[in-house]
Unconditional design. Sequence first.
Length: 331
Amino acid sequence: MASTNRISRLVLVGASGNVGAPTLKHLLATSSQTNLHITVLTRPESHATFPSHPSLTVKTGTYDDPTFLQEVFAGQEAVMFALSFFAIAHEKSMIEAAARAGVRWIIPNEYAGDGLNAEMVDAVPVFHPKRDTRKYIEDLGRTYPGLRWIGVATNPFLEFCLQRKLFGIDQDAKTATLYPDAGRFNTTSLERIGLTIARLLALPITDEADPRSSLTHYANGFLYTSSFCVSQTELLRAIQRLMGSAPEEWEVDEGKTVKGWIEGCREAMKNGDAKGAWGLTFAYYMGEGLGGNYEKKAREDRRVLGLEGEEENLDEVVKRALRGGSLPKVV
């Protein structure tokens, strides 16, 4: 283990995905200043490729091989999970393997809403496994003292969700459903998520002069990141500007409510329709007062991470989404 006051050895599980790729990009870009070495864990069937870099090691093996995991996690200080939906079933067993190997910092597979908003988490089933994983880590901490987690709250990925028309706006059909009881909500670009996590991992573990600006401040808690705190209307206007289309060319439905959306999603879930659970998630992101606006928390974390003054441009991110791009290349 390193004797410094910063994390110097990190395992990244899922380095080629939506969150993992931009995170790896930013970690490598600053590794010479942070002295961070990253070990990427990848499976044999993966076709992902990674750059040759003095701060990067790639280990290939199966996620359920205890011998392989013990070898990978030995001597590491932190493990970050950025797993796909299909691989997330391995997360808990890998966390336990990391704890046994002496890892003390876990960034679990969060990258969603405010996990500390109990009312929101209770209402949205998609958040329940994430809460269970956090509790699992805390329970493991009784056996492995010093084991801690840091959740990264991102709310919806902006490019990803625009491309999949999850904000109620269909740019191809030029239709939109604008809910009168929707409010401003936080949303984050994948590029900003990667930069935020890299800045987080560069913080000192402890800081007596400024405890707020340390990893220890975030132990068993959340860091909040956001590119924009926007309304549906602001997103729609940005799309219209970039498409060069006039508002009158669009069919806009303002007769539905988030409350009705939630009721419909719950009914769909009763009938076994999994889409209802995802719809419910976005209803809570976007509904006024339901938990999707954590801007005050995000603003303070931007200060801590030195991201004030590095604001993104909404039109530029929306343009990237409309062109079908989202992820920066790992170089």
